[in-house]
Design a protein around this ligand. Structure first.
Ligand code: PBG
Length: 322
């Protein structure tokens, strides 16, 4: 037979030579949850993850960095007393997140620290923007997000990542950073972030679920894909450095579209629910976690992501070493 596609699959060596896509620890970002104190609190729906006190956060980030994972993304779990409608704690220079960033940069200066810009961990309403008369007010939220990003940069964040989906926030954040002298801080825009059920475990981890309503007036409708072209164009024009698609696997077509519509690096977020599904099935003996984790992350790379955020980054980095 003239055509035998199987010849290119005939040995590990041949498969390695002809492989299109590589997955390496260097592509990964590990999201971590931080809380007050020295201890940690397990997250029921995310086996293997816990809300970490700062000392443990530093250890965990060090473990990841030692395995070749260059970056972490931080999410603070605040006590209810510190939450208010405008998320004022978010700009406190001595707030939990800011202290975490400083501790990480001091212990691991080469580690890339990515911070989340959105109101939800700080908001008594659990929304990403300010709630006024039952609506999320876009333009009242923008200066708060900009101030939050500056506070994070002052603490030493390398990359600020607006995940709030307000219109115009990338531009507002970029100019505030530049005015404050942080023109070197990158902006990773959650460019195409969908109103997804797959964020469930994350909201449990931070106790940050909306107290009323949902996020459908700002996060994208899972049915839509053309709308991504608008979001890409706007975020590019507003000065984003990276464009993210979120969630990951169910949105592989979106990742591909974004990849083909921009010259900017593209990130994909393999979100909490995607991680939880793999863990739950593996705990039941229904699938092999290690294999399915690596396959999931590889597929996100194949879809077009340069950067992959994954709760399994440490496990993946260990497996990739073998
Ligand atoms: C909130 C934020 C969310 C995630 C990252 N930043 C949740 C949400 O929008 O409700 C989700 C991450 C995950 O599920 O892993 N600004």
């Amino acid at each position: 037979m003239l055509q035998r596609p199987r010849r290119n699959r005939s040995s590990a060596g041949v498969r390695g030579l002809v492989r299109d896509t590589q997955l390496s620890a260097a592509n990964l970002v590990l999201p971590l949850f931080v809380q007050e104190g020295d201890g940690e609190t397990a997250i029921r729906s995310m086996p293997g993850h816990a809300r970490l006190g700062i000392p443990r956060l530093v250890d965990k980030a060090g473990e990841a960095f030692g395995l070749g994972v260059p970056a972490v993304a931080l999410f603070p779990a605040l006590v209810d007393d510190l939450k208010d409608p405008r998320g004022s704690e978010s700009t406190n220079p001595d707030g939990l997140l800011q202290r975490s960033v400083r501790a990480l940069k001091q212990a691991l200066p080469e580690l890339i620290v990515i911070t989340d810009v959105a109101l939800d961990p700080y908001s008594s309403d659990g929304h990403d923007g300010v709630l006024i008369d039952d609506r999320i007010d876009n333009d009242v939220t923008l200066p708060i997000l900009a101030a939050m990003a500056v506070a994070q940069a002052e603490a030493g964040a390398d990359v600020v990542a607006p995940s709030d989906m307000m219109d115009g926030r990338v531009g507002a954040i970029r100019s505030a950073l530049d005015e404050a002298g942080f023109s070197n801080v990158l902006v990773c825009s959650y460019c195409c972030k969908y109103a997804s059920g797959f964020y469930g475990p994350f909201r449990e981890a931070l106790d940050s679920a909306p107290r009323a309503g949902d996020k459908k007036t700002y996060q994208m409708d899972p049915a839509n894909v053309r709308e991504c072209l608008r979001e890409v164009e706007l975020d590019e024009a507003e000065g984003a450095d990276w464009l993210m698609v979120k969630p990951g696997l169910p949105y592989a077509d979106v990742i591909r579209l974004v990849r083909e519509s921009t010259a900017l690096p593209v990130a994909a977020y393999h979100v909490s629910g995607e991680y939880a599904m793999l863990k739950a099935a593996a705990q039941n003996g229904w699938l092999d976690f290690d294999r399915c984790l690596l396959e999931s992350l590889l597929c996100l790379r194949r879809a077009g992501a340069d950067i992959v955020f994954s709760y399994g980054a440490i496990e993946a980095a260990r497996l990739l070493r073998r």
